[in-house]
Write a protein that binds this ligand. Structure first.
Ligand SMILES: Nc1ncnc2c1ncn2[C@@H]1O[C@H](COP(=O)(O)OP(=O)(O)O)[C@@H](O)[C@H]1O
Ligand SMILES: [Mg+2]
Length: 273
């Protein structure tokens, strides 16, 4: 079943609104005219074949790449995500695939790396309490916060990386393939964690190749193909529908464009999409 590029619940202001985002690398058009809304408390899945532009889109929102065209609104205001620090400061956090954890440091040290609680001296006790509290809120299964990350499972590492981002109190979190390297049980753990993150009211963008995971966790599924929107689907869509849009067996870009025009016309009348 298809959905719209605009947010499902029109009464809520999207936390993130992308209009006409394009990104060229020299002659390569990695993204063309991307439109996307993300609501608070909504999980949007980005799916697409290799080279579809998923990582590029995430990097644009993370402030790593500057868009060649288009506009980004964050909490209703136009923003320019000039660099990763700026995106983070505004409240757009990214968990990249490599997770960037320090293997030899324990969970607490990894959670607070670079932003330690230091009223006068390193406040180990406060950091440990904060770590436990957050992990409990997330129903995370981490046996000890004094365990070095090297001894954790893939799912636990993903949990630590996500928790670390949450400590910065973002409004949007982007997860690049959070379940790619995980087995069934650990995948379920991470999907549960994403549910907890959604409940905290964050907008979540998740990249995944796994249609089962995507259907289990997403409110809307946005298909990218060759750098363009190729359909937006609800989680009750069949794998076949999704795969058709991903591979280009169905070209939804024309209907999407028409829908967008209709949406804009509506916007101009001051109405909800
Ligand atoms: N830094 C870059 N320089 C040049 N081309 C790039 C760069 N990053 C991505 N691309 C190109 O942009 C397109 C989209 O890539 P990417 O966003 O990585 O897709 P995905 O994450 O969906 O696999 C591909 O054609 C890729 O080769
Ligand atoms: Mg990628």
């Amino acid at each position: 079943m298809t959905a719209t590029l605009q947010s499902a619940s029109a009464e809520r202001e999207p936390v993130l609104r992308l209009r006409g985002i394009s990104k060229n690398f020299g002659a390569v058009s990695a993204l063309t005219d991307i439109e996307l809304d993300v609501n608070p408390g909504e999980v949007v899945a980005l799916v697409g074949d290799n080279g579809a532009g998923k990582s590029t889109l995430v990097k644009v929102l993370a402030g790593v790449h500057q868009p060649s065209a288009g506009s980004i609104e964050f909490c209703g205001k136009p923003v320019s995500l000039d660099n990763p620090a700026k995106a983070l400061e505004l409240g757009i956090a990214t968990v990249f695939q490599d997770l960037a954890l320090c293997e030899n440091l324990d969970v607490v040290a990894n959670l607070f790396l670079g932003h330690e609680l230091t009223p006068w001296a390193l406040d180990e006790v406060a950091m440990e309490v904060r770590a436990w509290t957050l992990l409990r809120e997330l129903a995370a299964r981490i046996p000890s916060v004094r365990e070095p990350v090297a001894s954790l499972s893939g799912g636990q590492r993903q949990t630590v990386a996500i928790a670390r981002s949450l400590l910065l109190d973002p409004k949007v979190i982007m997860l690049d393939e959070p379940t790619a390297a995980l087995g069934v049980a650990q995948t379920a753990e991470v999907l549960n964690l994403i549910e907890r993150v959604r409940e905290r009211g964050l907008g979540v963008i998740i990249i995944s190749h796994n249609m089962e995971d995507v259907r289990a966790v997403a409110d809307r599924i946005v298909v990218l193909r060759l750098g363009r929107n190729n359909g937006v689907f609800l989680p009750d869509s069949s794998s076949q529908e999704l795969v058709s849009a991903i591979t280009g067996a169905t070209d939804n870009s024309v209907s999407r464009r028409l829908e967008r025009k209709a949406g804009h016309a509506h916007d101009n009348n001051g109405g909800a999409p």
